[in-house]
Design a protein around this ligand. Structure first.
Ligand code: C2E
Ligand code: MG
Ligand code: MG
Ligand code: MG
Length: 294
């Protein structure tokens, strides 16, 4: 059932809406006011698990927009819109503040002390002062940088407008942030950059996981990425794990961490607390029985 809910979670724009300039503009204005009030925006959180024992190891924060008429609008639709219309830096700041505020309140509530990962747009590195913003926000909420992971896509890492990304990531890592390359395998990057970039994790794109284990090409790519990552000391997170057969293939090829509807859909913070706040006496971070390999 998780799968069914997940697929129907968002309202994709009808193609007609997508091309019509008037509607685009109306939507941009609606997003601008949603950002100003914050009331239609919400972060959902999707759990990440160690593959061998199901242990909770983190959450990815995923932005949601509840449009009054369109319903839940997909970030795949409105993030590009925000980027094109100069809203991305503010939107990114909102995401960071929400995530860090949530971390602080989860610490106080006694939630498992696992990192929350936020997605970072290239524009936040190009136009926004990401480093200063992160430092100010973490100080304000008294949250340790090791609890805030940063997900950057290959295209972000290769965007020359962000300057030399290497020292910037090194500074963030030095402060304690963990850094992941998101959607790994879908970009145009050469493998040599993996050797020198200061990153901690590779997130294997859902596209490679989807047809495991039947698709021979995907199976080969996944096995190769896992072997390479191990050699480089990078931890792999497989995205979009929905089925037991996928999980078994990943486990047998040494994938350490998984994320996907098989374990949990992205959920509102209150539902995350309901699932993971340990009742008195229970050990924190125990996996739900449904989410283990055995
Ligand atoms: P992403 O960072 O690669 O996030 C993973 C996407 O896969 C999420 O889609 C998640 O809901 C979906 N997903 C997770 N497990 C499964 C599964 O088992 N099956 C299937 N079919 N899908 C699964 P979502 O939430 O729609 O987000 C789409 C993209 O929007 C994200 O891809 C990310 O690139 C972007 N995004 C979301 N939130 C933010 C944000 O706060 N800032 C920025 N810059 N981008 C964001
Ligand atoms: Mg991501
Ligand atoms: Mg991803
Ligand atoms: Mg993706």
């Amino acid at each position: 059932t998780a799968k069914r809910h997940g697929r129907n979670q968002h309202q994709r724009f009808r193609p007609a809406l997508d091309v019509a300039g008037d509607h685009q503009l109306a939507l941009v204005n609606a997003l601008r006011s949603a950002l100003a009030t914050g009331t239609q925006l919400e972060l959902f959180y999707q759990s990440q698990h160690r593959i061998d024992n199901g242990e909770l190891v983190g959450f990815e924060a995923l932005l949601r927009w509840r449009h009054p008429e369109l319903g839940m609008v997909s970030p795949a639709d409105f993030i590009p819109l925000a980027e094109r219309h100069g809203l991305m830096v503010s939107l990114g700041r909102w995401v960071i503040e929400q995530a860090v505020g949530q971390l602080a309140s989860w610490r106080r509530a006694g939630m498992p002390a696992v990192p929350v990962w936020v997605n970072i747009s290239a524009l936040q590195l190009i136009q926004g002062d990401l480093e200063a913003q992160l430092a100010a926000c973490l100080t304000e909420f008294k949250v340790a940088p090791r609890l805030l992971g940063l997900e950057l896509t290959e295209s972000v890492l290769l965007d020359e407008r962000a300057g030399d990304i290497y020292p910037r990531l090194a500074v963030l890592q030095e402060r304690g942030h963990q850094i992941a390359i998101d959607d790994f395998g879908t970009g145009y990057s050469s493998l040599s950059y993996l050797k020198r970039l200061p990153v901690d994790k590779l997130k294997l794109d859902r596209a490679f996981v989807r047809s495991l284990p039947e698709d021979q090409a995907d199976a080969s790519i996944v096995a190769a990425v896992l072997a390479m990552a191990e050699g480089l000391g990078l931890e792999v997170v497989a995205e979009g794990v929905e089925e037991k057969a996928q999980l078994e293939y990943l486990a047998s090829h040494g994938c350490p961490i998984v994320q996907g509807f098989m374990f949990s859909r992205p959920l509102p913070a209150t539902e995350v607390e309901a699932a993971w706040l340990a009742p008195p006496g229970a050990p924190p971070g125990a996996p739900p029985a449904s989410a283990t390999l055995s």
